[in-house]
Design a protein around this ligand. Structure first.
Ligand code: KG4
Ligand code: ZN
Length: 360
């Protein structure tokens, strides 16, 4: 690292309004990381409402940035640049962040760095664990699900991904259909802990197909059918039925993710230095344990950043900005916000658009 860089990061591509200050010297340091969620605003609608999200970002970004700078003890004139998520995501939210960043840049003369949100997630293991390129990254959240071979700051090879629902989205839908609270992941995991994963025979979608693309909507439908069967035969479902359905679903999800991870490792054209995971679903103990086993078998370290850096945050955006500056990558002054922005432009587009916006 040739010089110290201090960046403000701004993130507003989905339903978290976030700002952070990260400094890179001998070791990177997160000086502050503020995340203001919007779960309460969208709860009644069963998913993120883009217009509500955009308005909330526009209203809250100023103060979130102010708090991030104050907590870091850094004034605007002490920054080297401003990194902002320029996509992919819900375009109204992305624009709120980009407009604020442009305003700050015009007022201060600070350069802007346009960051891809997915690159932010994908580069996080370098912020937390100084992982060397190339490494395999499984991004699993409510909006993303893809395997990336991360070869450089701006070199990502997508090996596969979901063709329909993202895993977090599937957890959330299962919770909804079983009457459990949102977000669904933690609720389903809690129920599954007391359930029998073998009672219901649920599919392991696409395991019979080569490669590491995944599909989870059939699994969700299978849980729905099993529940309907119980309702038809006994007039409803018992607490134990619910636990067993959750356990069966989680086991199927874990097995598919583990099997596809093994395949993704086999597809890497250069040996990765580590197997990394990011996204809210990485909090799931059963999934984590299965992925760890796959990594162990391949003789690779398994790296999962702390949860606050696995889920959406702005420290990852500031860090990706730092990495881009250090690599000499420049941002065009007229850059545009992009609702879709695949990391690997050469990979064929994945299907599906998910409740949290377009998947890249
Ligand atoms: O990364 P994240 O905070 O937001 C985005 O989707 O961008 O991920 C949230 C997702 C939700 O769908 C939530 O249900 C899921 O992560 N999640 C979990 C667990 N904790 C959160 N899924 C499974 N098991 C968990 N323990
Ligand atoms: Zn994300």
């Amino acid at each position: 690292m040739d010089r110290t860089l201090t960046l403000l990061g701004i993130e507003s591509s989905c339903d978290d309004t976030a700002a952070a200050v990260v400094r890179a010297g001998i070791r990177p340091e997160i000086l502050s990381s503020e995340v203001l969620g919007q779960t309460d605003l969208h709860e009644a609608f069963g998913g993120v409402v883009p217009e509500i999200a955009a308005r909330a970002h526009a209203e809250r970004l100023d103060s979130v940035v102010e708090v991030a700078l104050a907590k870091a003890g850094v004034r605007l004139d002490a920054l080297d640049a401003i990194a902002v998520t320029a996509g992919p995501g819900l375009i109204g939210g992305v624009l709120s962040g980009v407009m604020l960043a442009r305003g700050l840049s015009a007022a201060t003369g600070l350069p802007l760095v346009a960051v891809n949100h997915l690159a932010g997630h994908a580069l996080t293991p370098r912020l937390t664990n100084d992982v060397a390129f190339p490494y395999l990254m499984l991004l699993v959240s409510g909006g993303h699900c893809q395997f990336l071979l991360v070869k450089g700051v701006d070199r990502f090879q997508r090996l596969g991904g979901t063709i329909d629902d993202a895993p977090g989205e599937a957890f959330d839908k299962i919770a909804k259909l079983l009457g459990l609270p949102q977000p669904g992941g933690p609720s389903v995991e809690r129920e599954a802990a007391q359930g029998d994963p073998l009672r219901f025979v649920l599919p392991r979608p696409l395991l019979d197909r080569e490669g590491c693309d995944m599909s989870f909507s059939g699994l969700k439908t299978a849980v729905l059918r099993a529940r309907e069967g119980l309702v038809a035969s006994q007039g409803g479902i018992t607490v134990q039925d619910r636990r067993d359905l959750c356990a069966g679903f989680q086991a199927a999800m874990s097995e598919v993710l583990a099997a596809k991870t093994a395949r993704a490792l086999a597809l890497c054209d250069t040996r990765p230095t580590a197997m990394c995971v990011a996204g809210g679903v990485a909090a799931n103990r059963s999934i984590r344990a299965m992925l760890e086993t796959v990594s162990d078998r391949a003789g690779l370290p398994f790296i999962a950043p702390p949860m606050r850096l696995c889920t959406d945050n702005a420290a990852m955006i500031a860090w990706a900005g730092i990495e881009r500056l250090q690599a000499g990558l420049t941002t065009e002054p007229g850059f545009v916000a992009r609702p879709r922005w695949p990391l690997d432009e050469t990979a064929p587009a994945l299907l599906g658009s998910g409740k949290k916006g377009a998947k890249a």
